[in-house]
Design a protein around this ligand. Structure first.
Ligand code: GZL
Length: 316
């Protein structure tokens, strides 16, 4: 082929390419998200944050509701791998049992972002990063607040979250360690309400039957269970927040309102609005940038001193 036609072909190719708008050249990201389920108001806000931010950024989000079962989450991740998504987000319902499916994702070279809850694995390279709250710190914040407000004395009933989940494990462990220095502050009973409002009410009803009035404090691993317990305490003719000191974690709007109403004494924040942070991480990972292995959200605490001022701006 002589030089002239080649030059013409090259010139045409350069023109054709420059006519393609840059935005069209940018590939649409496809993200698979395996959510735990819809067990609490916190979870609903978390799902909404991921969905609305994906829509805002034009990200193709494949969403799967695990309905509270790990096998559903694993099945969803397997499907995301088959569909060759660009990245996988998991809010792992429990800490164990994830190695095989994470190995499959690694073999397929699909980055996995753990959001909200962590996993226990022998090989840390099986996921790219974790973004969420420091559940142990939340447990310590709750314990420190309580010790101060009950002068280091009291019989505690504990409402645990989902058995085997990172938040339930860490909030229980760290809280117990923090109150150990107060010999007269003791957990006298502990049951799981599975982070559900109905679970909190049912367990509190059982506690009331078993312990009568021989307790002083309720420590719930999340607000939904605390709000269920408050209902049971009122139905038993007691004044929540006055006859019983009640503290919990999440700081959903309804709980901050309950603090203002004097029915809940303290709630430690655990922010669920991860959407922007998760997609910023994915865009960096897909672009080949390194990202921090662990990113903790900043959590604060609400009690009678600051709940009313905070209520108008609570976003979930
Ligand atoms: C904590 C999250 C927990 C919340 C609950 O980050 O995993 O699960 O505390 C939710 O409300 O159900």
């Amino acid at each position: 082929m002589t030089l002239l036609p080649r030059l013409f072909t090259l010139a045409f190719a350069v023109f054709a390419l420059s006519a393609v708008p840059l935005s069209a050249a940018k590939k649409t990201l496809t993200v698979g998200f395996a959510q735990t389920g819809a067990e609490s108001a916190w979870r609903t806000a978390n799902t909404e944050s991921l969905k609305s931010e994906a829509a805002k950024r034009g990200i193709n989000l494949k969403f799967s509701d695990g309905q509270g079962r790990q096998e559903n989450q694993i099945r969803a991740v397997r499907s995301f791998i088959t569909q060759r998504v660009d990245a996988i987000v998991i809010a792992p319902i429990v800490e164990t049992g994830w190695e095989p499916i994470l190995r499959d994702a690694k073999r397929a070279k699909i980055p996995v972002i753990l959001m909200d809850r962590t996993v226990q694995v022998s090989d840390e390279s099986l996921y790219t990063c974790f973004v969420g709250s420091d559940f142990a710190e939340e447990g310590r914040m709750a314990a420190d607040w309580l010790a101060k407000h009950v002068d280091g004395k009291g019989r505690i009933l504990e409402l645990q979250g989902t058995p085997g989940s990172a938040p339930a494990n860490e909030r229980r462990r760290a809280f117990a360690e923090a109150i150990a220095k107060y010999p007269d502050l003791k957990v006298i009973d502990s049951q799981s309400g599975d982070f559900r409002r109905s679970g909190g009410k049912e367990v509190m009803e059982a506690f009331l039957k078993k312990h009568g009035r021989n307790f002083d404090i309720v420590y719930a691993h999340n607000d939904d269970m605390a709000l269920g317990a408050i209902q049971a305490i009122e139905e038993a003719g007691l004044k929540p927040g006055k006859d019983v000191t009640i503290l919990s974690i999440d700081a959903i709007k309804e709980a901050v309102q309950a603090v203002v109403d004097g029915k809940l004494n303290c709630t430690v924040e655990c922010n669920p609005l991860f959407g922007p942070k998760v997609y910023d991480l994915i865009e960096k990972i897909v672009a080949g940038e390194t990202v921090p292995r662990v990113q903790y959200n900043k959590d604060e605490l609400f009690d009678a001193t600051n709940a009313a001022a905070a209520l108008p701006t609570r976003q979930y």
